[in-house]
Write a protein that binds this ligand. Structure first.
Ligand code: 1HE
Length: 259
């Protein structure tokens, strides 16, 4: 692989963006490698982590390649990003991102397609598309806007505002902030935990929660009741529920206790 590293840590696939000399800027060939790595992780792992090698997570779209494209090639490129990032967001695995340095433009769009984001204190977030004369094209108007809200995203795009990790946590762009250099380990720890969940519950979380959020209250509650009933009657749920009742499964941990 030219642009990625791939390793298995137990049940967790760890994928590293590996074009540090160009700040992990994503070209067409890069996105195709990512597509392959996602499919491989789905075959080999139960959860996945994505991170960046070098000083930054990802500088977004490869602008040197983009500048040579026709408008229609640009549309196809954007649609391919949507497709590939969609395999992350609505695929088979829970995905975790470990973020540091620049998480900008398409880098933030990639980060927004995973399920849980961990940032270290060096991470900063921006959407410089407005300054570059373009618009977001890797899903930010849908995914990042749903995370932080349209008002904040509008501010970032109009003013070029760059925010730090703590602000990103307040804005719901990231769920964990850790000391410098610790994001990958934290993300792998969280992913390893998610890998122990019942597959059907994880699938419901990934696929049902965002869809229900897009529904009316009445439709959401109706759909929820069917998913709850379907998952609860699976053989795995029966085994897990009985294990708890027979005191063979762990109790819910208090915050701060080992899980
Ligand atoms: C790049 C890219 C890139 C760096 N495409 N080559 N994204 C941006 O507008 C972000 C542009 N990048 C930056 O603002 C900075 O590079 C960083 C803040 C991310 C990092 O700064 P720094 O000082 O560590 O690195 P650098 O010296 O700016 O860059 C090192 C090299 O990477 C340099 O190339 P070199 O040949 O001169 O060594 C840069 O040109 C190159 N480089 N970023 C191509 N993005 C599907 S739509 C998504 C739309 C977007 O993502 S728009 C936002 C694009």
């Amino acid at each position: 692989m030219d642009y990625l590293t791939y390793e298995l840590r137990g049940d967790v696939a760890v994928i590293g963006l590996n074009r540090p000399e160009k700040r992990n800027a994503i070209s067409d060939a890069f996105i195709e490698e990512l597509a392959e790595a996602i499919r491989r992780a789905e075959r080999e792992a139960k959860a996945a982590v994505i991170h960046g090698h070098g000083p930054h997570f990802c500088a977004g779209l490869d602008l040197a390649e983009h500048v040579k494209k026709t408008p229609f090639e640009g549309v196809h490129g954007s649609r391919r990003w949507h497709e590939v990032f969609g395999w992350i967001q609505r695929g088979k695995l829970p995905w975790f991102a470990a973020l540091h340095g620049a998480v900008v433009g398409g880098g933030l769009e990639l980060a927004s397609s995973v399920h849980v984001r961990v940032a270290d204190r060096t991470a900063f977030f921006a959407l410089p598309e407005g300054q570059r004369g373009i618009f977001v094209g890797g899903g930010a108007s849908v995914r990042s806007a749903r995370l932080m809200g349209v008002a904040r995203m509008t501010d970032m795009m109009l003013t070029g505002r760059s925010i730090d990790a703590d602000t990103a946590e307040r804005w719901n762009l990231v769920q964990y902030v850790v000391p410098e250099g610790e994001a990958v380990d934290k993300a792998v720890e969280l992913a390893a935990h998610a890998a122990t969940n019942a597959e059907i519950s994880t699938y419901a979380v990934i696929h049902a929660l965002p869809r229900i959020q897009d529904m009316s209250t009445d439709d959401g509650l109706f759909v929820e009741s069917f998913i709850a009933s379907f998952t609860a009657t699976s053989p795995e749920a029966e085994a897990r529920l009985n294990a708890f009742l027979q005191k063979k499964a762990g109790k819910v941990a208090r915050p701060g206790d080992a899980g």
